[in-house]
Ligand binder design. Structure first.
Ligand code: C2E
Ligand code: MG
Ligand code: MG
Ligand code: MG
Length: 279
């Protein structure tokens, strides 16, 4: 009846009823205005040195809250934004907002704080990307060596030469480069030699499923590979004491996960992690 109309309206936007095709179409359209309508915000998750429990920085993670759709996961909307050609603008917003929010944190911790920002493959289609990032760092007085950009292997495979040029330009300025979600995609290891990678982020699907014996072997191999190439390993998705113990035994230097903290609002992050130096 009429009484249920409001409820039905909300139900309508749920995936089961809307259908994936229509939902994706709606998301695509709504994303076009999401920056102007200020529907995005950032959360920050601490990056931890496993041997000492010391915080070494934070990963900035994008959140989208839409008036009808509610909170939409980045796992859902980022691929859609990519396909619609929207990740260049959204990615620029993420970078500037990350710098705006963490500039003071970085100054307060001197050279002790890394800001990690995910960069979408589409941002590498912009030949000016490296110059733009460097100019923006300058505007916010952030030393380039304290920015860690997270890229995925998909990007490397897709647009090899231009991506490599942009990465080298950033690298020359001191920007750090992390290979995100490592161990899930093609993992063709040969490009590790030609790309200037500083950190490998072991994908959380490996960390979270240590019961599968082969995953332990894969993680061990990734850590050894990283060490032998002077690349720093960080394990994502640490949720339990057991996972942490295994990673420490295998000399995985850094980690991130719900065991330490979930992504937090910037104010909460600052009051928990940046008041004193001890976690
Ligand atoms: P990612 O870059 O691999 O980021 C880590 C994801 O793992 C985050 O999911 C984080 O909340 C989640 N996570 C961290 N620790 C744990 C844990 O212990 N257990 C579990 N189950 N999950 C954990 P989130 O924030 O939902 O982001 C998902 C993905 O969306 C990111 O994966 C990244 O690829 C993409 N993304 C997020 N923000 C941005 C952005 O600003 N730009 C771009 N291009 N991609 C982004
Ligand atoms: Mg990441
Ligand atoms: Mg990522
Ligand atoms: Mg990842």
């Amino acid at each position: 009846g009429a009484k249920d109309k409001g409820k039905n309206r909300v139900e309508f936007y749920k995936e089961e009823i809307l259908g994936t095709y229509t939902r994706n179409f709606l998301i695509k359209n709504e994303l076009k205005q999401a920056v102007q309508k200020e529907q995005f915000h950032l959360m920050f998750q601490p990056l931890i040195e496993l041997g000492t429990n010391r915080i070494i920085g934070a990963e900035s993670l994008l959140r989208w809250t839409h008036p009808y759709l509610g909170v939409v996961s980045p796992f859902e909307f980022i691929p859609i934004a990519e396909n619609a050609g929207l990740m260049r603008d959204i990615g620029s917003w993420v970078l500037e907002e990350s710098f705006r929010l963490t500039g003071d944190w970085i100054k307060s911790r001197k050279d002790d704080f890394q800001l990690a920002v995910n960069i979408s493959p589409q941002q590498f289609e912009d030949r000016q990307m490296a110059e733009n990032i460097i100019a923006l760092l300058h505007d916010y007085q952030i030393p380039p060596s304290q920015l860690n950009i997270e890229i995925t292997e998909g990007m490397i495979i897709r647009r090899e030469q231009q991506s490599l040029d942009l990465l080298r330009t950033l690298k020359q300025e001191g920007v750090q480069i992390a290979l995100d979600d490592f161990g899930t995609g093609y993992s063709s290891l040969s490009y590790l030699a030609s790309f200037p990678v500083d950190m490998i982020k072991i994908d959380k699907s490996l960390t979270m499923n240590l019961d599968a014996a082969s995953n332990k072997k894969i993680i061990e191999a990734i850590i050894r590979l990283a060490e032998s190439m002077d690349i720093v390993p960080l394990a994502e998705g640490i949720e339990t004491q057991e996972q942490l113990a295994f990673l420490k035994e295998n000399a995985c230097l850094f980690g991130q996960g719900y065991y330490f903290d979930k992504p937090m609002l910037p104010e909460a992050f600052a009051s928990k992690y940046l008041q004193g130096d001890i976690v």
